[in-house]
Design a protein around this ligand. Structure first.
Ligand code: OGA
Ligand code: MN
Length: 279
């Protein structure tokens, strides 16, 4: 099999064929990693990885991120509306509300001191309609800013805060007191340089509450405007999942969001996270 990396028509994303991720040799891995740095999101159709193989693929990119819910974690997270009793979670449940939070643009774990490097999401059960995932290229979103805005943002720090972004979505009910105590507000520069490519990007999204030292309401509005304006075509790509697909994205420069689906239909995704590097 020869590796076939087909870019999408957006500024980010490529579809990858010609590889079995169960048997990934170093030569192919290096090409995949290089393409990942270039495109930010790689979609691998029809891989059907077991959780073990999913974790093994994840570890090629770095260490697994420690889950806040440490004691309950196996290394993979189920992003699912199916309850442990097999029934679909009612819309009013914390489980379903938490998933609604995922429908706003975000970078995984940006509410932690060290955000996530990569997320790797695989489709196990998909709804008939809806339930897509969409990514936004925040490198290209930075590029379109005018010079005045680029200069102004250059030394600005955003406060990312789990309590702020999860309050409407049951996030505080999912974690216990001790777990919540690890999630104090953290600071991240708004303009960041990608460690592998040197490209600048806008690091914003739903966990970013406001800008340090600026008016709370005005800076909150600016952050949400920057996200909304950045996440527009041709800087977005939306994937309609098929069971067996697996996708890796770069949380350091790409935002993502889920799309809703008929809530009575089950949807189960399996996710791993590659830990970021301590800045
Ligand atoms: C995630 C996420 C969106 C989706 O798993 O981090 O945001 O479409 N998922 O399930
Ligand atoms: Mn996410």
């Amino acid at each position: 099999m020869t590796l076939d990396i087909m870019p999408t028509e957006a500024t980010l994303g490529a579809i990858v064929h010609g590889v079995d991720l169960n048997q990934l040799d170093n030569a192919k891995f290096e090409k995949i990693e290089e393409a990942w740095h270039q495109f930010g999101v790689l979609i691998f159709p029809a891989q059907y990885l077991s959780d073990e193989a999913h974790i093994a693929f994840t570890c090629r990119f770095g260490q697994l991120e420690q889950n806040i819910r440490r004691r309950r974690s196996t290394g993979v997270s189920n992003i699912s509306n199916v309850q442990s009793d097999g029934n679909v979670a009612p819309l009013s449940s914390v489980q379903a509300r938490f998933l609604v939070g995922n429908t706003y643009w975000h970078s995984d774990s940006s509410y932690k001191r060290v955000g996530a490097k990569a997320s790797i999401l695989a489709a196990h059960v998909v709804p008939d309609t809806g339930g897509e995932t969409e990514w936004a290229d925040m490198r290209a979103a930075y590029d379109i800013l005018d010079d005045e805005m680029k200069d102004w943002l250059n030394d600005k720090i955003a406060i990312h805060d789990y309590a702020f972004s999860h309050a409407p979505f049951g996030g505080k009910e999912i974690l216990n007191k001790e777990e919540l105590s690890y999630l104090r507000p953290v600071e991240h520069p708004i303009v960041r340089e990608h460690p592998a490519t040197g490209r600048k990007n806008l690091f914003v999204g739903r966990h970013a509450s406001h800008i340090l030292g600026e008016d709370l309401e005005n800076s909150r509005k600016l952050l949400s405007d920057l996200t909304a304006q950045g996440a527009q075509p041709p800087r977005t790509y939306k994937h309609k999942w098929v069971v067996g697909d697996i996708v890796i994205w770069d949380n350091r420069c790409i935002l993502h969001r889920g799309h809703r689906w008929p809530h009575e239909q089950p949807r189960t995704m399996v996710r791993t996270t590659v830990a970021g590097d301590d800045p």
